[in-house]
Ligand binder design. Structure first.
Ligand SMILES: Cc1cc2nc3c(=O)[nH]c(=O)nc-3n(C[C@H](O)[C@H](O)[C@H](O)COP(=O)(O)OP(=O)(O)OC[C@H]3O[C@@H](n4cnc5c(N)ncnc54)[C@H](O)[C@@H]3O)c2cc1C
Length: 259
């Protein structure tokens, strides 16, 4: 299938930032504003050989910004990310005219505490939510929320939004950002938290008193982290509807070895 103009629009890359050999973000100019809620995703695509290769990407920017932003991880064996990785400022890609997704801030349960957990690029929807709260706060008094965000990455240079999130921590009352390095032996200068999300989730549940009665948990990114954390929240007494998830990929099944 090639891209049809009624379903897709072309968006132009206006800036690109590389954080490591396989992590980068872009900001894009759109033809037509995409209506979305912080936490939702867009479908991006590149045409190759008369076919549109499309995948879902959480939107990093807030709906209150004029440009849109995305944060990518290169999957060397993947179909789309090697094509996206080649693209530079001035080039165009396709974006579906409709945003999707239910991974938004829980406004239904009445919970005042929100526990955000993610691996590397899974920080994207949370950046959108936090930017939106910060931009809104300039006009209106923010609701009294407590938000704890844990992001784990192998090494600290993979925390692309660390500086911004730390600043937002100083600006938005009740927001705490905890970056955690899971391979400290590969990043000996790191002096912060260490461990994978699932290694430290219980500690922060307890230290911030994130009890099931008043907390919604959100899991975004690596499928195994999500599976492990769902077990932790289940054992802590969280109801299924209080644990939201955005699984970024389905692990490919190991090829069956025939005898
Ligand atoms: C709702 C949603 C939001 C998403 N948001 C983002 C985002 O903000 N940023 C982002 O980079 N990705 C995001 N993804 C993942 C994205 O949609 C693609 O799956 C990813 O970019 C890989 O695409 P690809 O075509 O290069 O690889 P594919 O051809 O789709 O996959 C090739 C193989 O690699 C595996 N794989 C896919 N991704 C990874 C990975 N990251 N690490 C290890 N193995 C992997 C697949 O299981 C498959 O076996 C999101 C996915 C969903 C469902």
């Amino acid at each position: 299938m090639s891209a049809s103009h009624d379903k897709f629009q072309q968006i132009e890359i206006i800036s690109r930032k590389d954080y490591s050999p396989d992590l980068w973000s872009i900001r894009v100019r759109v033809e037509e504003t995409l209506v979305f809620k912080p936490g939702q995703y867009a479908t991006l695509g590149v045409e190759r050989g008369g076919r549109l290769i499309q995948r879902a990407y959480s939107i990093v920017s807030s709906p209150l910004e004029n440009e849109m932003e995305f944060f990518f991880e290169l999957v060397p064996q993947g179909e789309l990310t090697p094509l996206l990785f080649e693209l530079q400022v001035g080039q165009k890609i396709w974006m579906r005219r409709q945003a999707k997704g239910l991974f938004t801030l829980d406004g239904r349960s009445g919970h005042s505490k929100h526990f955000f957990l993610c691996t590397v690029t899974g920080v994207a929807p949370y950046v959108s939510i936090m930017r939106s709260l910060a931009l809104d706060a300039e006009n209106a008094q923010p609701a009294s929320l407590q938000i704890v965000l844990i992001q784990a990455a192998s090494r600290s240079w993979e925390f692309a939004y660390r500086e911004e999130l730390e600043k937002l921590g100083g600006k938005i009352e009740g927001f705490h950002y905890v970056p955690s390095v899971s391979r400290p032996w590969e990043d000996t200068a790191w002096g912060g938290e260490v461990g994978r999300v699932e290694d430290i989730a219980r500690k922060y549940l307890d230290s911030f008193n994130l009890v099931p009665a008043s907390t919604t948990a959100y899991l975004c990114g690596h499928p195994q982290m999500i599976e492990n954390c769902k077990g932790i929240f289940g054992r802590k007494g969280f109801a299924k509807e209080s644990v939201r998830e955005e699984i970024y990929w389905v692990p490919s099944k190991p090829t069956e070895v025939k005898a």
